[in-house]
Design a protein around this ligand. Sequence first.
Ligand code: XBP
Ligand code: MG
Length: 251
Amino acid sequence: MLHAILFDVDGTLADTERDGHRVAFNLAFREAGLDWHWDIPTYGELLTVTGGKERIRHFIDTHAPTLPAVDDLTTWIAGLHKAKTAHYLELLQRGEIPLRPGVKRLIDEARDAGMRLAITTTTTPENVTGLLRATLGDDSPDWFEVIAAGDIVPKKKPAPDIYTWTLEKMDLAPGETIALEDSANGVRSACAADIPVLVTINDYTAGDDFDGAIAVLSQLGEPGAPAETLAGPAPDNGVVDLHYLAGLMDG
Ligand code: XBP
Ligand code: MG
């Protein structure tokens, strides 16, 4: 029986990565006087590492970019990442990042039905509330019983920790929930927590391995603009709704 929907954020609620996070990272690099630039394909490769601070460190380790003399790399990365978050929040406030098709419709339907909602993401908490406020209104963060985000758990996706943390907070069993994800790391994280997972792909994740997901769709779909089903059961008329999600749970 489905009691709660657990939403990933980046790539799932909105296409935040290419025109949001990536742009914000580059603005922070320039501001810090670094000659680093993450173009679209490079950022796609870096996305295999979740978490912005972890991604910067991975870039340093793998690309050996010019680095200023710093006392403590961890502290320096944290400062650079803080500047990136400020730029990202500005992009959100300018309304530059819309929700993906079907997201608002499904959230509205779920709220009307009294379904419990949560956010389960590796991104920084302010980024979640910023996106929700900019797209769904000031009170929308309160619609989510739990916003599990960022460094709340030490191990980010693909580790199961953020999902198990959410289940504990909500006092739910994995089989009473469904996760909505967009990436292989997200699917691995949800599956490792035994949570059924539905995937909506995007340009960066279309080639990912979604082994373990119950269904893979192009998007959640809207009446008249159906989602394409890439694996698993197809929703009626290409529109993901509560009836479809409940059916996925029944197998
Ligand atoms: C999202 C992430 C995040 C964002 C950047 O993954 O990996 O790191 O790219 O956000 P998911 P921060 O969609 O699986 O949650 O810079 O705030 O980490
Ligand atoms: Mg994601």
